[in-house]
Write a protein that binds this ligand. Structure first.
Ligand code: UT7
Length: 345
């Protein structure tokens, strides 16, 4: 059983920390020049408007969201020095689950030799990894679980059209997976300090994939497909505008909650939606280049996977040192936005 009985006094002493990170991207590399062959766009436009140079698209028959999550999880588990059997709970963040139901969490559960543990899907899109981290933190602090796997994984390259009609999404989004092992610690210093979650549903339709949904008698029809209603829709300018104000807001919220300043930050890992958004946030906060990590140039926007992929790369490059103050922040469909502040262990 993965339930730990404890007293109220003990509850005060449990915290959580990330002990392992891993990521996986499909092998199919797609450059901006490749996209030029399918739609009216250009490498120059994509670089200038988003910073993106390339991304990876999944291979049908090989990659699924849950399998990609499993590959990332294997690396994270190995780095944490844990086996799948040690994990008490799975949190799987994705907007592109393998099936409408069941969730990808249970599909991941069968991919690796986990015990018959709980598996929860998180559906908050770009903020999914931070929401997942927050849930993991609460379960660990409450004493219910000791070792939790948080995964963010997406296959998005098959949801948009490779055409001029689909270019709003085609140029921005990519496929990939990242995973983090979150473990109990009793050290009050080196841990997840706090998480901050928000939503504003009145903007739900500004970034949406509406059909097939449960609100129509016929969830899918030829008419809906002809109208392109099975494709995602984004009011790009509106998303951009909200993002550049919500990012700094939720970063300040995390710092204030811990009596810290922007100058205390060692690393900001923003959700990789657009390099211009990250740069605008960096400017507002007056952070130097070496304190903001961006890799959207190489992966595009992988939604729930951007932050764990970025953290994995930072870890691999030995750029996360014990004691570093690390802030994760995200904004996206919902709208939802969120941050997490960590004192790296
Ligand atoms: O993960 C979170 C969710 N997503 C985001 O955070 C994305 C937020 N939004 C954005 O990143 C940007 O709004 C976009 C990258 C989507 C668009 O950039 P923009 O600077 O807002 O461009 P725009 O939509 O205002 O379009 C500017 C011009 C237009 O032409 P005209 O009217 O100036 O002649 C568009 O038709 O660029 C044209 N355009 C394109 N051209 C080449 C729009 N998309 C493309 C394209 N290739 N893919």
């Amino acid at each position: 059983m993965a339930v730990f009985s404890r007293t109220t006094q003990q509850i005060m002493n449990y915290y959580s920390t990330i002990t392992g990170l891993g990521f996986y991207v499909p092998e199919n590399l797609v450059t901006n020049h490749d996209l030029e062959k399918h739609m009216e766009t250009s490498d120059a436009w994509i670089r200038e408007r988003s910073g993106i140079e390339q991304r990876y698209f999944f291979t049908e028959g090989k990659d699924t969201v849950s399998k990609m999550g499993a590959r990332a999880a294997e690396v994270a588990l190995e780095r944490a020095g844990l086996a799948p059997q040690d994990i008490d709970f799975i949190i799987f963040a994705t907007l592109s689950p393998d099936y409408n139901f069941p969730g990808s969490g249970v599909l991941l559960q069968r991919e690796l030799p986990f015990r018959e543990i709980g598996a929860l899907d998180v559906r908050t899109q770009c903020t999914g990894f931070i929401y997942g981290l927050s849930i993991a933190d609460q379960f660990i602090k409450s004493g219910m679980y000791k070792n939790i796997l948080v995964v963010g994984a997406e296959i998005q390259s098959n949801v948009f059209e490779m055409s001029t009609r689909g270019r709003d999404f085609a140029v921005l989004f990519g496929d990939g997976a990242g995973a983090a092992v979150v473990q109990r610690t009793e050290d009050p210093t080196y841990r997840i300090l706090s998480t901050h979650l928000h939503s504003e549903g009145k903007y739900a339709e500004d970034l949406i994939l509406e059909h097939p949904g449960s609100n129509l008698k016929n969830r899918m029809s030829v008419e809906l497909i002809e109208q392109g209603k099975h494709l995602p829709y984004m009011k790009g300018n509106a998303v951009f505008k909200h993002a550049v104000s919500r990012f700094p807001e939720v970063i300040h919220e995390a710092l204030q909650a811990n009596n810290l300043q922007v100058s205390d930050l060692d690393m900001l890992v923003p959700h990789q939606a657009n390099l211009r958004i990250s740069k605008a946030v960096q400017d507002v906060l007056s952070l130097p280049d070496d304190k903001v990590y961006n890799n959207i140039q190489r992966y595009g926007n992988t939604t729930a996977a951007t932050i764990p992929i970025a953290l994995s790369e930072l870890w691999e490059a030995n750029r996360l040192k014990r004691g570093d103050l690390v802030c994760l922040a995200a904004f996206g469909s919902g709208f939802t936005w969120a941050s997490a502040l960590l004192r790296w262990a």
